[in-house]
Design a protein around this ligand. Structure first.
Ligand code: HEM
Length: 427
């Protein structure tokens, strides 16, 4: 039996960053795909064929078997044939400029993850609660000082998580804005408001140029920090990475820089997207705000549900290392599999009323942090900073509503709101 094909006109928007700039548009497509093509091939012009994996259980089956579904052999995110070809020319045959944890397979992945793993365990993260709370309070005061009309996304949800993780890394505050900008250039390269200034969004080769510029900027920034921490280690993550050993030897420089890059990008943009979405949900649901204020014990459940609801990491791609049968379909060695985390997190077979936002959802076994050996390293930090923020902010607010149209960023990879204008009344 030949593999099912998804009609191109149905699936092509999934390959277009602009689709994700329209709130709910991607969900409409994925809901149809889950029903009619839960596991089928997309043949979109300009791209190699991809299996589009929409069901929660299939995504888990793939991501827990890292040896069968590799992260390092091809681009880890959706990439056109031209982008892949340019990338290989540029890097001398490698599928990506960066070599972060997400771009590795075992044994390399496990060895590199072990360098920082213990610093991200719940017990290790718990000791940051007091300083993170201080940071949250400072951002809340600054936000409230702006008056009762303000953009929650740009004024609070963007800079607060950046400050938390960048301080942990050891990046001084004066450089946080630079890190925020580089993150946007990388993840929202196709969004006219957030992309690298001057980027030509109509040129398909531009994305490689942007990645090159971003990598060079990060490299130039982090090399002196790595050298400094090797000479004089401090109590920060940069010191752990700069002095980390793999197989008894120091990590190579590309891997060290990439390690710092993933922490200084994925370590906040994801949390920002989730936090901004949380406020958008609250502004549209006054009852929910009242309920959370009356029962703060619901806040951890609220945080968990914002992660399921947002799924800011919308997709990752794996490639099959051997033939494999999934959901009765024959996957062939070398096939590409597009894992739709946003789809898995709205899977009707797993989540009751998946399109209802429910802070009491239990269990809430979402895959917003991924699953298996690559499961998010920073998940406990992300939960802590979001819980603390809502614990501090909600008692200050009496009511909140949207003060204009919210706007989603245009990105097919990490995505969330770029603007959440709110109007609020203080408690
Ligand atoms: C990996 C999501 C916050 C660092 C991942 C993956 C997802 C994810 C889906 C899996 C990648 C894969 O399947 O290959 C999120 C979400 C966050 C968040 C939704 C916030 C709401 C953070 C934070 C950090 C972080 C705060 C802090 C450093 C990482 C790293 C990896 C990762 C280093 C790679 C792990 C590996 O490949 O072994 N994240 N993340 N993330 N995340 Fe997060």
């Amino acid at each position: 039996m030949s593999a099912p094909r998804i009609p191109t006109e149905l699936v092509a928007p999934v390959f277009n960053p602009a689709t994700f700039g329209v709130r709910g548009a991607a969900h409409e497509i994925f809901t149809r795909l889950r029903r009619d093509y839960p596991l089928a091939i997309a043949e979109v012009p300009g791209y190699d064929p991809h299996w589009i994996v929409t069901r929660y259980e299939d995504i888990r089956e793939i991501t827990r078997q890292d040896h069968l579904f590799h992260s390092a052999d091809r681009s880890k995110t959706l990439a056109s044939q031209l982008a892949e070809q340019l990338m290989r020319q540029y890097t001398g045959g490698l599928p990506t400029i960066f070599k972060t944890l997400v771009h590795m397979d075992d044994p390399e992945h496990a060895e590199h993850r072990a360098v920082t793993q213990q610093h991200f365990y719940p017990q290790a993260i718990a000791k940051y609660e007091a300083p993170v709370r201080e940071t949250a309070r400072r951002y809340i005061e600054a936000f409230l000082a702006k008056g009762q009309n303000a953009d929650f996304a740009t004024e609070l949800a963007f800079p607060y998580p950046a400050e938390v993780v960048l301080s942990l890394i050891g990046v001084p505050q004066k450089d946080h804005q630079k890190m925020l900008d580089l993150t946007h250039w990388l993840f929202t390269y196709a969004d006219p408001d957030l992309c690298r200034p001057g980027a030509n969004l109509t040129d398909p080769a531009e994305i490689i140029k942007t990645w090159d510029i971003v990598y060079s900027e990060f490299k130039n920034y982090y090399e002196p920090i790595i050298a400094d921490r090797q000479k004089c280690p401090r109590e920060d993550l940069a010191s752990v990475i700069a002095n980390g050993k793999v197989g008894g030897c120091p990590m190579n420089e590309r891997n060290m820089v990439s390690y710092l890059v993933i922490a200084s990008t994925a370590g906040h943009d994801t949390t920002s997207a989730t936090t901004a979405t949380g406020m958008w949900v609250l502004a549209e649901n006054p009852d929910l705000l009242r309920r959370l204020k009356a029962e703060p014990a619901l806040i951890p459940g609220f945080v968990e549900e914002t992660i399921r609801w947002t799924s800011p990491v919308q997709q990752f791609v794996r490639s099959a290392t051997q033939d494999y049968v999934l959901r009765g379909q024959q996957i062939r060695k070398g096939d590409l599999l597009y894992l739709s985390y946003i789809s898995g997190n709205r899977d009707e077979e797993v989540f009751k009323d998946p399109f209802t936002f429910d802070p009491t959802r239990s269990p809430n076994r979402h895959i917003g942090f991924g699953y298996g050996p690559h499961i998010c390293l920073g998940q406990h930090l992300a939960r802590l900073e979001m819980r603390v923020l809502w614990e501090e902010l909600l008692p200050r607010l009496e009511a909140v509503e949207m003060a204009g149209e919210g706007q989603m960023a245009q990105s097919e990879f990490v995505c969330g709101p770029k603007s959440v204008p709110i109007r609020y009344r203080l408690a």
